[in-house]
Design a protein around this ligand. Structure first.
Ligand code: HEM
Length: 434
């Protein structure tokens, strides 16, 4: 009996470790696997190798050397621990990419998300008042107007691409409105922010094009647009966010024009792609789980707060952020050395069975729901949390009101990316004229 058990355990162990060895998070094809397969691989990592080392992805024509590899951090408690200790796990070497990029590049594209204290704290102090719950509450009406106008444009048609015609339009217009960007520039902004966040996906970076040049051009386009607006607002201030940030005076400090341009790029990419994907994943989840949809629609006001958090947990629109080890330290028995790269996989943490009961279940009434879709507690916790939740809330409230039977009708066309859990297109139908 004992021999049988041992053999059996040995077999299982070998089989499972083979499975673990077969997982390659650096292979772009891994990110095209069906969601369930991807989640199964992360479950295996959490169980068998929660701090797993990977070589860095091979990317053609990268203008800097391939780095030394990274550790994939897949358990909730480790992601939280590292986020809490920015003095040991910093963001300054790049929080948004596995590669080390030149410093100017990081600041241009990442603004404060790629900075550490004291520079991070200074920027965050200047901008945070504009994103607190009171301020977000004051733009609720305009969020609702934007949501209604988006729905109005499709409601008589009976079918549309939910991403390009509905979900992506709301966050884009809300940020552009807040910043004071004119409507005539929305399409430019939409295209450039797609390019910046979707590196590698041929729909946005055509094959044969130089990805770095494409990225830089998109950034330059947005920066140019913002610098033009900033110059105008210095002379002609209004009540928009651009004017507020230019004239903000926190301990005698405000943003320079260049800081403003970088912050604008960060807001666009951080605020658009994430919120739109949360809204799109929401429709997929509600289509696949009609019981959850019924429960939500039966008590829209009561269920919305938990449903919105569950959508963000379920979707985890931002798959990872990176931290870099600043000095030798140990986490969960693993010794890290200075310079080690740690990739915090929020998607995995948000399905960690040690924290979430039945993590594979989509439950609009889940409570408690300590998901870390907006990052874990720490200095970089998402600045736009209140705004994003408000947008998701308003969008679903209005959809339930005007297009109550809206549903996805085909598999989502997914973005091939290890960073953003994106949906590029999602056909949907609804009874027209609602
Ligand atoms: C569902 C929607 C969203 C998700 C899932 C999301 C997720 C995140 C995550 C994971 C981080 C990084 C946390 C870290 O490094 O520890 C972050 C940071 C950030 N987010 Fe969001 N975000 C969302 C919406 C927004 C919106 C609407 C805005 C603004 C318009 C925004 C602005 C930012 C900014 C500025 C940062 C950097 C904060 C800092 O470095 O101090 N986000 N977000």
């Amino acid at each position: 009996m004992t021999g049988w058990t041992t053999e059996r355990e040995a077999e299982v162990t070998t089989e499972q470790s083979q499975l673990v060895d077969g997982i390659d998070l650096s292979d772009l094809e891994f990110w095209a696997l069906p969601w369930t397969e991807r989640e199964a691989a992360f479950k295996t990592l959490r169980e068998k190798r929660p701090i797993a080392f990977f070589e860095e992805p091979e990317v053609d024509d990268l203008p800097f050397p391939r780095g030394p590899g990274y550790y994939a951090i897949t358990r909730y408690q480790d992601v939280v621990e590292m986020s809490r200790h920015p003095e040991l796990f910093c963001s300054g070497k790049s929080a948004t990419s596995i590669f080390d990029m030149p410093q100017e590049f990081l600041e241009f594209f990442g603004s404060m998300i790629n900075m550490d204290d004291p520079r991070h704290a200074r920027l965050r102090r200047i901008v945070s008042a504009s994103f607190n719950p009171r301020m977000v509450g004051s733009v609720e009406l305009s969020i609702q107007e934007v949501a209604d106008s988006i729905i109005e444009k499709v409601r008589n048609v009976g079918a549309c691409d939910f991403v390009t015609q509905v979900s992506s339009r709301l966050p884009l217009q809300v940020i552009c409105d807040m910043m004071g960007i004119p409507e005539s520039d929305y399409d430019t902004v939409f295209h450039a922010s797609n390019v910046i966040l979707s590196m590698g996906d041929p729909e946005y970076v055509p094959e044969g094009a130089d990805p770095v040049a494409t990225l830089l051009n998109a950034g330059a386009e947005l920066a140019g647009l913002m610098e033009g607006l900033a110059a105008f607002r210095v002379e002609n201030p209004t009540d928009d966010l651009t004017s507020a940030l230019l004239h903000a005076n926190v301990d005698g400090e405000s943003l320079t024009h260049q800081e403003l341009a970088s912050f604008f790029i960060l807001l666009l990419v951080a605020g658009n792609e994430t919120t739109r994907n949360a809204i799109s994943h929401g429709l997929v989840a509600l289509t696949e789980h009609p019981d959850q949809r019924a429960a939500w629609m039966a008590d829209v006001e009561g269920v919305t707060p938990t449903a919105v958090d569950e959508i963000v947990r379920w979707a985890t629109p931002v798959i990872f952020m990176r931290r870099t080890v600043t000095e030798a330290t140990t986490v969960s028995g693993h010794d890290f050395k200075e310079g080690d790269k740690c990739i915090l996989f929020y998607n995995s943490a948000n399905r960690d069975e040690d924290v979430f009961e039945n993590p594979e279940t989509f439950d609009v009434t889940r409570s408690p729901n300590p998901h870390i879709g907006f990052g874990a507690p720490g200095p970089h916790f998402c600045l736009g949390t209140h705004l994003a939740k408000r947008e998701i809330t308003v969008m679903y409230r209005e959809l339930f009101k005007h297009l109550p039977d809206i549903r996805a009708t085909a598999e989502p066309d997914r973005l091939k990316s290890s960073f953003i859990n994106g949906i590029k297109h999602l056909p949907c139908t609804f009874s027209p004229g609602g």
